[in-house]
Design a binder for this molecule. Sequence first.
Ligand code: NAD
Length: 471
Amino acid sequence: MKAITPHYIDGKFVEPHGREVMDSINPTNNTVIGRVTLADEEDARRAIAAAKRAIASFGGTSKEERAAVLRGLHEVVTARIHDLTAAMVEEYGGVVQFSKLIVQMAANSFLHAEKALQELPLLRTSGKTTISLAPVGIAGLITAWNSNALFICLKLASALAAGCTVVVKPSELSSLQTQILLECLHEAKLPRGVYNVVTGLGNTVGAELVRNPDVSKISFTGSVAVGQQIMRDGAATMKRVTLELGGKSPNILLDDVNLDEAIPRSLAIAFLNSGQAGAAGTRLLVPRSRLDEIKQRIVAVMATMPVGDPGKKETAVGPMVTRKHYDRVESYIRKGIEDGAEVLVGGEGHPEGLEAGNFVKPTIFVNVTNDMTIAQEEIFGPVLSVIAYDTEEEAIKIANDSRYGLHAFVSGNDLQRTRRVASQILAGRVAINGMLDDPQAPWGGFKLSGVGREFGAFGIEAFLEPRAVLE
Ligand code: NAD
């Protein structure tokens, strides 16, 4: 049995004070791949103390010194892209093509943060007043499991760019990936205590970071319920918070859209990370006038999107992260059927031959109305709701009729019209004619999708406090 050590405090790997042991399970076949002893509150306090000792000098570093740190981190993570990808496939069933992309993004996030830092004026003047942007202090970075390396690297890059020292609490479902990432980071030989990582449960290690008065900022990626708890519990010590939460992203196809391109793209967007992504376009809004044609094309394209072994490069949809999450996704498929939606593709149960793993059938519902549970709640699995609309105004109304506002997609042939529609969608990012990325563009949500933004200058500013000196 492989022992996993995803704990790093004050410049070295440590055995935790915590004694609770957890198995790491491969969701493709439900075999145990390793065992981790989880950290506890005492470990979190030790990590916070190390970050506190380090902030005195790291908080005073120059832009150039921090830029050098970021370049070094990019180098060490890049060197292990292959290993990190393999761990992502093994530990949570990330489809290999997607996993590679995410790990590459993780490594590059250090360079993107460096660019943003170089362009960010940290010293400004207003008349005789000098305004400096100072590091906010010690940052607690709490991440979800579904893109572990990316979330850790992205948050770490922004926090270090700002001059903060950090304690990371990765998801307890990502221990193997975290250990490999730590081996990379260790190679960068940063000063002790600048970053510390304690892998433990949310209600122990996570809760300690949120309540500890020495932590000034929490940057969190995860569910709405936990985000709300962090906001409530963090209020006692006036925590600054960035909360990256759930989504139910609409994907609007306008009636002049080229379906040859739009249907394969829409299905790839819906099944992004096997549907386990807040940004996945899980509500497909289509013109009723083209509904029949769209349904036929969906069925045809789905036949070319295999579900199965995430390690194979042709696989489009892999397993759900845990057996519990499999059950949750299945319950939503059942609910969709009970509520009267029609299964166009997929349905309940495992795909044939894949019973040993947490595989669900990628499922596409038609005859969905936007008030149905499957159209309103985040399922976090490969379940797509196709919703028909009659007019452009109705499409916008349906897109915005959601508690979430993380991401949206609009496709159409007339760029002016597509832009006009995009400008009316309440979402942190709206992508026109594609699944697009801009590493300097802000990422984050309207409404229940969260508070604050990551990436680029917005991401770094989230770890800075303005200090004005008046003469
Ligand atoms: P989760 O909320 O269950 O857990 C997220 C993290 O919070 C984990 O590390 C967990 O241990 C920790 N945590 C749990 N309870 C805590 C507490 N009381 N105090 C502090 N920390 C605590 O979410 P998950 O299942 O890991 O991830 C899936 C969710 O994340 C989905 O809702 C998804 O939409 C969201 N997500 C959002 C984005 C985004 O960019 N907006 C990206 C990925 C995932």
